[in-house]
Write a protein that binds this ligand. Sequence first.
Ligand SMILES: [Zn+2]
Length: 291
Amino acid sequence: MRYPDTANLPFNATLLGDEFIRGLPDQSPQGEGPYAVIMGGSLVVEETDGVCSLPRRLPAGWKSKSREPLFIGYWRGEPLRILRIGKDTVVEPPYSVEPFNAVKERLDDSLLTIGGLAQQILHWERLSRLCARCGVHTSRVRGTWGKQCPACGHEQYPAIHPCAIVLVKRHDEFLLIHKATWPEGRYSLVAGFLDFGESLEECAVREVREETGVAVSNVRYVGSQNWPFPSQLMAGFVADYAGGEIVVDTSEIEDARWFSPANLPGGFPPLRSIARWIIDRYALQHPEVSP
Ligand SMILES: [Zn+2]
C-alpha cells in the first residue's frame, strides 16, 4: 500500500522521515544548499534527464533583497532555503514550474511535501510582516515561528485552519459531492472549515447538513492530513446516514449523490489526498483499486 496510514500521506511530516530536519531562520548556518522556490501555486524545480530536483543555483534576479531566502532546516543534510518569486518571472530550462495540483503528477511525494511546507511558511511570512493589532512591522520571536510587535508588544503565531472532511455511509452506499471547479465527473467528500464555538465532530455534522441536507450520526475520526493550500489541517471522519433526502446547496456545490461499489463516479480525488485515502478504505474497502 502506498500510504498505509494517514501519517504517510504527502504534506505530513512522517512522509519525509530523515530527509528533512526542521530548523528556524534565526539558526541559519553558513554554506549553500538547495532552494525550494515557490511561484504562485507551483514549485520551481531543476530538471536533469527528466528527473526533478530542488535547484542548487538560482538565476540572477531571483534573490532580490525583498525576497531574501529563508532557512527552514536541512534537506538531505544540507541547509534548505525557501523563497517566493513573482508570477511574471521568466523560468527557462533547466528550471521548470510544477503545479502542486497538477493532473499529471511530475513532483514525487518528497518534493510535493517539502514544496508544500515552503508554500505554507511563505504564506505565514507574508501575513505576519505587520502587527495584526496596530500595523507596525514585526520582528521574529527567537526559537519559534512567532512574530512580535515592537510598538504594542502583540505576539502572533502561525495560524493553521482546521477543516472536517467527511464520508457519509448508508449500508454499502456512500455520499459524495461534485463542485463546479473540479474536473468533470470527479466526486469527493463533503468538507468545510471549523466555525467559532464548534468541535470538529460538530463541524462534520453541520457541513454535511448544509451542503447536502442529510443528517448524520456516529461520527468517527479516522486520521488527518496537513493541507498547505494555504494552511489547512484536514481532519477526516466517517459518519452514518441518519435521515433526510439530498438537497444540494448550489451556492457551495454543484451536485451530491449516493454511490456504491457497483455504481462509481467518473473520477475520484488524487491518491495523495486524505479524501481519496478515506474513500478507498471506508467506501470501497479495496485500497487503491478505484479509478
Ligand atoms: Zn502592534
